[in-house]
Each structure stands twice: as C-alpha cells, then as structure tokens.
Write a protein that binds this ligand. Structure first.
Ligand code: MN
Length: 268
C-alpha cells in the first residue's frame, strides 16, 4: 500500500470511528453534508491530491474533462475545430492515480482495450464554485494546477462514438486519471502559455504550447458553470494537443508542462 493510500485509509477509518460514536445522536437528522458524523457499514476512501508546500490535501469532488481543445488534435479526431463549441465529459473521482514527482508509477494496462492512448493535459483545480461565472472572473475560482494524463481506451471510445453511444467505457475506468501534485496559484500563478510535451520511452510524441488551446481555462470554467454548478474540489482536465497514440505494457510515459514537475508512469 502506498503512503498516500495508507493515509487515505487511516482517514477513512478515523471517520468511521467518529461516525459510529455520534451516529446515535444524529438519528432522525438529515444526512450531514461535509462532516464525518455519519455511521456507515463500510469505508469508502475519499480522493485527495497532495498540495505542494502545504500539509493539507486537496479533496477531489468531480473530474471534468474538455474534448478536442487543440485544433490539430481536433482534426486528428475527425472534427472541424473552427465550428465546434466546447464539450465536456467526466471521469469518476476514484479514477485518480496520484503520481509523486521523481518517481515512475506502475500504471495497469486496463481491461477490454487493444488501443490504449495517452493524452497529456494541464489540470486546473477549483477552490471556489459558482454558476454562470463570467470569463473575466473565472480564474478567481482556481486554487491550483497539476499535470495530468487523460488515459483513454481509444478503440472503445471510437466504437461507442460510431454507434452514437456514450463514451463512458473509453474514458471512465480505474486509474484513468494519473495526476501529479497540486501547485497553488498563490505559489505558481496561472498557466496561459508554456511548453507541454509527452515522451514514450524517451521519444517525443506530443509537443505543443498551452497558448494553442482553443478554449482557455477561464473560458472552460465559464462554459462549465453554465451547465453545472461548480464546487470547490472540482478539477478540470483542459485538453490534449495532437499526436495522441498507443502504449503497451513496458512502455514508460514522461510528461512535461513548463513550471510543473514532470510526471512519469510505466505501463504494467
Ligand atoms: Mn483529453
């Protein structure tokens, strides 16, 4: 068990004990939200991101992802980037795989696919929520940024798309969201430009600049907040550049965004 998983398990165990102790007192009350004062028959681990420079952890509420947000990637997926409004999907929160800097994390090749793809992405993490947030105020919601991978069972995604069925099985599966630690805006600022690249076994596969996003992080937050009430703890995968491609067992992926620590996983 990793240190992070152990900590999560301990926190869940502590929450269970606390819940059991006060459970009787809470009888008849509505389920408390955001407290540990709930008795449960088993523990469900919460999902956290480490915060660089802080002893606290960032609790992840929802994972939003934007599709086709770099023009060249949009074209390689068969879309016309000049006409398409932004669209979003979600991954389950427990798809997060925390990856510590300067380590190579083992990442399991998922079931059912024969075409498993990487997508390197900047991830924005929200410390505040809102509805109908104007673009010019959208970045005020951002607590920090991380480097992430939107891992994709491309064959399943494409097959479902061809049948006009949901992408779910191609995007939302165990370990589908490897991510590095969170860097606070207060420490690192915002990301509107800078190099983003990905290598497999030392060979460059994806290489672009964050300024090439079709919809900026601020515009993504504004659009998302029209469809959903955003909440603290929501994180947003901001899209991948062109030249996505497959990996197989044994491959090592290395990801980079200027000013963030690199992220690396080995497919096992
Ligand atoms: Mn993506």
């Amino acid at each position: 068990m990793s240190a992070l998983n152990r900590r999560t398990a301990l926190q869940s165990a502590a929450a269970m004990t606390m819940g059991a102790a006060v459970g009787t007192a809470a009888t008849g009350c509505a389920t408390p939200v955001g407290t540990a004062a709930v008795a449960t028959p088993f523990a469900v681990p919460a999902t956290y991101l480490p915060i660089v420079g802080s002893p606290m952890m960032f609790p992840v509420r929802r994972i939003y992802c934007i599709g086709r947000n770099y023009a060249a990637h949009s074209r390689e997926m068969g879309s016309d980037p000049t006409r398409e409004p932004p669209f979003f999907f979600q991954k389950p929160t427990d798809a997060i795989q925390n990856v510590a800097p300067a380590t190579v994390a083992d990442h399991p090749y998922p079931t059912l696919t024969k075409n498993y793809h990487y997508e390197v992405e900047l991830v924005a993490a929200l410390g505040q929520g809102g509805r109908d947030v104007p673009v010019e105020r959208a970045l005020d919601l951002v607590y920090g940024y991380a480097l992430g991978l939107d891992m994709t069972r491309r064959d399943l995604q494409r097959a479902m798309g061809d049948e006009k069925k949901p992408w779910e099985i191609g995007k939302s599966f165990d370990h589908a969201a490897p991510i590095g630690p969170l860097h606070r805006v207060a420490d690192i600022g915002h990301f509107t430009k800078g190099s983003i690249w990905l290598k497999v076994n030392g060979q460059t596969k994806q290489s672009a600049d964050l300024s090439q996003m079709i919809w900026s992080v601020a515009e993504q937050i504004a659009r998302l907040s029209q469809a959903f009430e955003l909440q603290p703890g929501d994180i947003i995968y901001s899209g991948t550049p062109e030249n996505v491609g497959p990996v197989v067992r044994g491959d090592v992926i290395l990801c980079h965004i200027d000013r963030l620590p690199e992220l690396s996983i080995r497919i096992v």
